[in-house]
Design a binder for this molecule. Structure first.
Ligand SMILES: Nc1ncnc2c1ncn2[C@@H]1O[C@H](COP(=O)(O)OP(=O)(O)O)[C@@H](O)[C@H]1O
Ligand SMILES: O=C(O)C1=C[C@@H](OP(=O)(O)O)[C@@H](O)[C@H](O)C1
Ligand SMILES: [Mg+2]
Length: 167
């Protein structure tokens, strides 16, 4: 079973991927972390040096070229499902899970904004407006996930049970 976690920045993909992988005793792959390791620079630095379009190309290549073990949990970047045929590819190659949260819940989780180039320098009010607009664009992709679950206060064991029920 390959589990792909998708959702907006701050919904907990990276954190929950590690927790799920712990429960399953399987590898965790965080696409952003793979990019950081391969490029030897942070996501923010990569955006600054090469721009967003180059980043989208790179995450598309990483997603498709990674040698996934049979059982693994994959944390995607928040934008990854929304470019190219990435969402379709993940649906063909594993179980996709949308960790859904409301815009105010996302604001409350997004403290470290400098790490996320799209959020750089935003205060809470600007961030809330940005999230509402971006979610409108992105929901069409996120909603193609096989499982959609509210992820605020979600226990990893409960999440795993929900995934196993459909997998
Ligand atoms: N259950 C939780 N309770 C409180 N904060 C959390 C929880 N899970 C994750 N966080 C925090 O929320 C932020 C976003 O989590 P992260 O896993 O990086 O999300 P994503 O990968 O979806 O952007 C991080 O600062 C993380 O420490
Ligand atoms: O939503 C996005 O476009 C992005 C989300 C980030 O990942 P997280 O969702 O893990 O923060 C990272 O890939 C990059 O900053 C762009
Ligand atoms: Mg992440």
């Amino acid at each position: 079973m390959k589990i792909f976690l998708v959702g907006f920045m701050g919904c907990g993909k990276s954190t929950k991927a590690k927790q799920l992988a712990n429960l399953l005793a399987c590898p965790v792959i965080d696409i952003d972390a793979v990019i950081v390791e391969q490029q030897q620079m942070s996501i923010a630095d990569y955006f600054a040096a090469n721009g967003e379009a180059a980043f989208r190309q790179l995450e598309n290549e990483m997603l498709k070229s990674f040698d996934y073990p049979d059982t693994c949990v994959v944390a995607t970047g928040g934008g990854l499902p929304c470019y190219f045929d990435n969402m379709e590819w993940m649906n063909q190659n594993g179980i996709t899970v949308y960790l859904e949260m409301t815009p105010p819940q996302l604001v409350s989780r997004l403290h470290n904004r400098e790490k996320r180039p799209l959020l750089k320098g935003m205060d809470d009010e600007q961030l809330l407006t940005f999230i509402i607009g971006k979610l409108e664009e992105r929901n069409v992709f996120y909603h193609q996930a096989k499982l959609i679950i509210n992820a605020f206060d979600l226990d990893p064991k409960e999440l795993l049970e929900e995934i196993e029920a459909i997998g």
